[in-house]
Design a protein around this ligand. Sequence first.
Ligand SMILES: Cc1cc2nc3c(=O)[nH]c(=O)nc-3n(C[C@H](O)[C@H](O)[C@H](O)COP(=O)(O)O)c2cc1C
Length: 186
Amino acid sequence: MSTPRLIKVLGISGSLRKKSFNTAILRAAQEIAPDGMQIHMRGLEDIPLYNDDLREAGYPAPVLAFRREIADADAVLIATPEYNYSIPGVLKNAIDWASRPPDQPFEGKPVAIMGASPGRLGTARAQYHLRQCFVFLDSLVLNRPEVMVGGAHAVIDDGGRLNDEATRDHVAKLLEALGAWTRRLT
Ligand SMILES: Cc1cc2nc3c(=O)[nH]c(=O)nc-3n(C[C@H](O)[C@H](O)[C@H](O)COP(=O)(O)O)c2cc1C
């Protein structure tokens, strides 16, 4: 039997915070990625604020690199915080940069979403706003399982490790589903 080809996933955390819960669940995803999947993480620190004048003058280098990384990935995994019931500006700003022509890299791209917050709903509201953005971008967002990590402060320790086995299993199921989804689509 032939081994399935390696799936390269770009992991994007929507938080710049050093002790971010969302970066922590992405790190956990990296640790538990199934055989045949590799997750490369990318921060959004270097992405400038969107300005169409800058775009018209030529995409800034970090934006070009970001767009290239999305285009080169087989799939994208986003861990989004929830800010005021929606997506943080940092993440929306990066998506806005990626969304402009030519060769909009999210088009047709398999995408999975997860998120963590100390609150009970675990970013549910932000995740649905994020899904709405990807409708316009024509991305192929995985429906389920939904990974909404509530009470994040109780399952992620001071060292930034997701230490709750049930939550790790849930993330693992999302990764399995993303692998199957990506193989089906590409
Ligand atoms: C501006 C702001 C707005 C927030 N709004 C929400 C919210 O609507 N829902 C929620 O569950 N948590 C909210 N929080 C708390 C975040 O979930 C919490 O700060 C979380 O740790 C952010 O994600 P991170 O740990 O990955 O940085 C908010 C935090 C900030 C700074």
